[in-house]
Design a protein around this ligand. Structure first.
Ligand code: 0X9
Ligand code: ZN
Length: 305
């Protein structure tokens, strides 16, 4: 519907979370995992299909970076698709019957709000920094993975400021704590960003090759090939450090080292024409491309479990 072909304010997204839970109480639960530095709630939607046996799970977060509006739009798109096509589309049915899906639609609500009211190009969260008048830390430099080494900044005024210490930010801590407490079930971690059209996997915090490099490389290669075939669009793929740049403290690398061996970051559309200001008319295709890649990866993980 047209609702999913627009960008939504933070207030709309909170309303949508509540409405989705009410309209699909059989498949959706809402879990409060923490709150932001400005005390906004961080809600995770839990989607489940047929409930039997011991279920595995996957995690998707969107909107770590405030200005990347296509990311929360994708989380909403995914939830809508999953609920609308469960028991209609074989792939999403297979996924939901084998995995619970945890979705954090806006990991950085304070920053997202700030991009709607004050500065459209804001990236970080909005926490205050001691001994500085500059606000915010980059949540994707704040995880405990070669924290604050080359590729991050220790200056609170920079857009890639790593924060005071690993997990210093409440948003980072909420996600890390949730995943730590669901260690036995979560087998796939997925973080949605923009822009540049890339399907990335660890490491970004070093040039080391991960033990299951070949397996993850093949699966993102397949996803990229199918996106090219179905949507005539090109996505680069590979380990973050070599494919985009060296950047420590990211959620994907932390999740990987923590034990989630299927860990990915997607950079959605576009390749720079509009950048972060992707017009709403691009939402459907951008989200369908990411949905296709998500399905391929999730089905691969299910096959391997
Ligand atoms: O720099 C980032 O955090 C991501 N790119 S963005 O333009 N959306 O800011 C890339 C993240 C790749 N993964 C890690 N650096 N761990
Ligand atoms: Zn980003």
């Amino acid at each position: 519907g047209v609702f999913y072909e627009r960008y939504h304010s933070l207030e709309d997204i909170y309303y949508w979370i509540n409405k989705t839970k009410q309209d699909h109480s059989d498949m959706v639960k809402v879990i409060l995992i923490g709150s932001s530095s400005e005390k906004r709630p961080l809600y995770v939607l839990k989607l489940s299909g047929r409930r039997d046996e011991v279920k595995r799970a996957m995690w998707i977060d969107c909107g770590i970076h405030a200005r990347e509006w296509i990311a929360p739009a994708f989380c909403m798109w995914f939830v809508n698709y999953a609920l609308a096509f469960y028991n209609q589309n074989t792939e999403i049915t297979e996924i939901l019957n084998n995995m619970d899906v945890y979705i954090l639609t806006v990991m950085n609500p304070d920053g997202y709000k700030y991009t709607w009211t004050t500065d459209r190009m804001w990236r970080k969260n909005r926490s205050s920094n001691k001994d500085s008048d500059c606000f915010g830390a980059d949540l994707n430099r704040n995880f405990d993975a070669n924290w604050c080494t080359k590729g991050a900044s220790d200056n609170p005024c920079d857009p890639t400021y790593c924060g005071q210490f690993p997990e210093s930010e409440p948003e980072t801590q909420a996600v890390a704590r949730f995943l730590r407490s669901h260690k036995d079930t979560v087998k796939l971690y997925l973080s949605i960003h923009s822009y540049s059209q890339m399907l990335l996997f660890p490491y970004s915090c070093s040039y080391d090759e991960i033990p299951n490099h070949n397996e993850l490389f093949e699966v993102v290669k397949e996803a990229s090939t199918k996106i090219r075939r179905y949507y005539r669009n090109n996505y680069k793929y590979g380990p973050g450090a070599k494919t985009i740049y060296l950047a420590p403290g990211g959620s994907d690398d932390w999740a990987y080292n923590f034990g989630i061996k299927y860990s990915f970051t997607f950079e959605l559309q576009d390749r720079g024409r509009y950048g972060f200001l992707l017009p709403p008319s691009f939402i459907p295709q951008a989200c369908n491309e990411a949905l296709l890649a998500t399905k391929i990866i999730a089905l691969h993980v299910i096959k391997k479990l």
